[in-house]
Design a binder for this molecule. Structure first.
Ligand SMILES: [Zn+2]
Length: 316
């Protein structure tokens, strides 16, 4: 598989910066480039034309996404992953889906407000000849910074000004609650203000969805809670089936080989683990394709099962 994005080099970050956003100190950084028109991965699935764009990448310590991993096993897992060494480079694959007259984005990236290696989506859209105003629907899988904060530009205007937005009803009510900060671990509280501002900006344009609802014909919401309370994935009809998921799985080795390791980004770890195992079990049994937000670009492949451990097999 071709490598489309240059990995960033070492980023010095502390835990608060990692979770709450803010300025990071980049050391000798080679920032990921936007995907050029002739580099983007495009495929047809049933009635859907899917182009995988990128917002860049998120850089995190391996120990944060595998909190209870024995050091030796974690090192082995990371060394067999795409970028081979810590810190972990989580890509941000953003599907742009054409269906009839609709142009649908699934998540919008971080808008350059979270880590300096993110915020490339707008450039990527423009490079590929897509006017943000032509997006008709924006599906938000959950309200974490790297999926949501790209809604607003630097002057607090909506980037996708003509879109209808789709948010999980339970996700919305969790994040807009006045006491949400007290329900989050201390390190996550600094993200609340920006997250609430982004959500409020789409309040009048949002349709609240629950598991089983259709975004368009053949594109169905599937609850995959745990990572956040209302985190959902999308199931697309066609061929062998396709599930687009954001953070039910997040790393091509850790999430598949060790699905029961605790991810520090998961709000309810036990629910997240049950969701991950169920998703991997179902997709491997049914041979369904996966498109995953944080896997090596373009994040498309299959889960290959061996009891409760899986292997990610890219299929591009
Ligand atoms: Zn994420």
């Amino acid at each position: 598989m071709k490598r489309h994005i240059n990995p960033a080099s070492e980023i010095v970050l502390n835990r608060r910066q990692l979770l709450g956003g803010g300025a990071l100190v980049a050391v000798g950084t080679t920032l990921p480039v936007g995907l050029l028109a002739n580099d983007v991965y495009n495929f047809r699935h049933g009635a859907f034309d899917i182009t995988v764009l990128s917002d860049g990448e998120l850089i995190v310590p391996g120990s944060f996404i595998a909190q209870d991993a024995p050091a030796e096993q974690l090192q082995e897992a990371l060394s067999s992953s795409e970028t081979s060494s810590p810190p972990v480079h989580l890509r941000t694959n953003i599907p742009l889906i054409r269906h009839g007259n609709d142009l649908i984005l699934v998540d919008v990236g971080a808008g350059a407000k979270y880590q300096p290696t993110e915020g490339r989506l707008l450039g990527c859209l423009r490079t590929n000849g897509i006017d943000p105003a032509s997006i008709t629907k924006v599906v938000l899988t959950h309200a974490h910074p790297d999926h949501l904060w790209g809604l607003l530009d630097s002057e607090q205007r909506l980037r996708f000004s003509n879109a209808t937005y789709y948010v999980g009803a339970s996700e919305w009510s969790f994040w807009v609650a006045s006491d949400v900060a007290t329900r989050l671990p201390q390190d996550f509280r600094s993200m609340v203000a920006e997250t609430q501002q982004n959500l409020k900006s789409i309040q009048g344009r949002t349709k609240f969805v629950k598991s089983g609802d259709d975004i368009v014909s053949g594109m169905r919401v599937m609850a995959t809670p745990g990572h956040t309370p209302g985190h959902f994935s999308l199931e697309l009809e066609g061929g062998e089936g396709l599930i687009i998921t954001a953070d039910a799985v997040s790393h091509e080795v850790i999430s598949f080989k060790y699905p029961t390791w605790h991810n520090g980004f998961d709000f309810d770890s036990e629910t997240a683990i049950a969701t991950r195992k169920a998703l991997l079990d179902r997709t491997s049994k049914d041979r369904m394709k996966l498109l995953v937000y944080h896997l090596p670009y373009p994040g498309i492949g299959y889960a290959d099962a061996r009891a409760w451990t899986f292997r990610f097999i890219p299929s591009t």
